[in-house]
Design a protein around this ligand. Sequence first.
Ligand code: FAD
Ligand code: DHB
Length: 392
Amino acid sequence: MRTQVCIIGGGPSGLLLGQLCHQAGIDAIVLERRTKDHVLSRIRAGVLEQGLINLLEEARVPTRMGTEGYPHDGTVISFEDMEVRIDFTKHTGTAVMVYGQTEVTRDLYAAREQTGGTTLFEVDEVEIHNAALEGDEGASVTFMHQGTRKTIECDYIAGCDGFHGPSRQAIPADKRKEFERVYPFGWLGVLSETKPAHHELIYANSERGFALSSMRNENLSRYYIQAPLTDKVADWSDDAFWEEFKRRIPRRVAEQMETGPTIEKSIAPLRGFVCEPMQYGRLFLAGDAAHIVPPTGAKGLNTAASDVHYLFRALQACYLDKDPKALGGYSEKALARVWKTQRFSWWMTKTLHRFPDTDPYELHIQRAEIEHLASTESMQKTMAINYVGLPY
Ligand code: FAD
Ligand code: DHB
């Protein structure tokens, strides 16, 4: 098999890049390790920036966002009994869209199937060859599929295979630097078929730790609480979750919120991570393959989309404007935005969580930060600009 761009990973980054390439007449094949049903069973991000929505439009992906998405023009930050509303539209003229990553992925798969793009599922033992630019031989990817070993010859490889995929490891260790911040807690998340506690998201820093009230639609709520890394899902009954959650969000919201059986429960660790550079010869990393943010601030999927934007522009320049040198600037452009989203996610995380070493001094600093945010328009604007998404 031969293609122009071999995309490893059929998550949102790989699928979006695949559809953009397809619409631009650039040939691409997507390789995914799991089944489509498995990919669609993962409950992840819920908040989309306008930049991602624009890319979906550019890729001509019909989404159900018009009828099933919820534009949000603000969010609430609370600290114990204090509440601050950040007005996105007032400060930036833009809103964000509540529309699950699962739905984005479902729309992307439907578009891919409709336009006849090739996706191979349940591939195994994916290996990258000749990514370095030395020598005349082109790059290739080998893998096991339906019991046979296959090879795809290609011009370029897009590593969109998430944090644990093989692409990043294909960059020789002496050619990459990794920067990491592991947080000493995780997020326990639940999905429940109940009315959202509040019409906007609430990010709460309480005496008992962080909580986030989010949603998918008017009868599907998504809630998270900060939990010790040693906790297991089985340690948390639904009743225990609701009791703890209600103790962390503003009392007026807790008192009237609806609870019920949860339909999903999972624990995710929190980590910040960046790999530099995001390219090596003919191999380009995008999304979680290159970086991870702690989820506070909803930047993971959105930053994956900005990588796809920069990579796609470079591929367009290479194939359509015959300017392959444009690819050489990908990593620098993508990383400049990646580090700004790392900074924002780190700021949100440290301001809103209780750390094991949060002493009375730190607590005063957190309170002062929120009071400053509440009383200072320019701080609110800075937060709004970052939350709705920095320009590409
Ligand atoms: P992935 O979604 O990880 O996709 C990678 C794909 O590659 C997978 O399908 C995987 O099966 C495949 N793969 C792996 N190895 C191989 C291999 N060897 N061969 C072939 N395929 C392979 N982000 C936000 O922006 N907003 C949010 O609100 C938000 N909330 C989150 C909440 C939770 C609980 C979690 C866990 C994450 C959240 N994120 C959020 C982060 C977001 O989900 C990720 O940033 C996003 O999934 C990245 O997309 P990706 O395509 O780069 O990687
Ligand atoms: C969701 C997740 C986040 O990390 C976040 O900051 C906002 C919303 C969600 O899953 O709905």
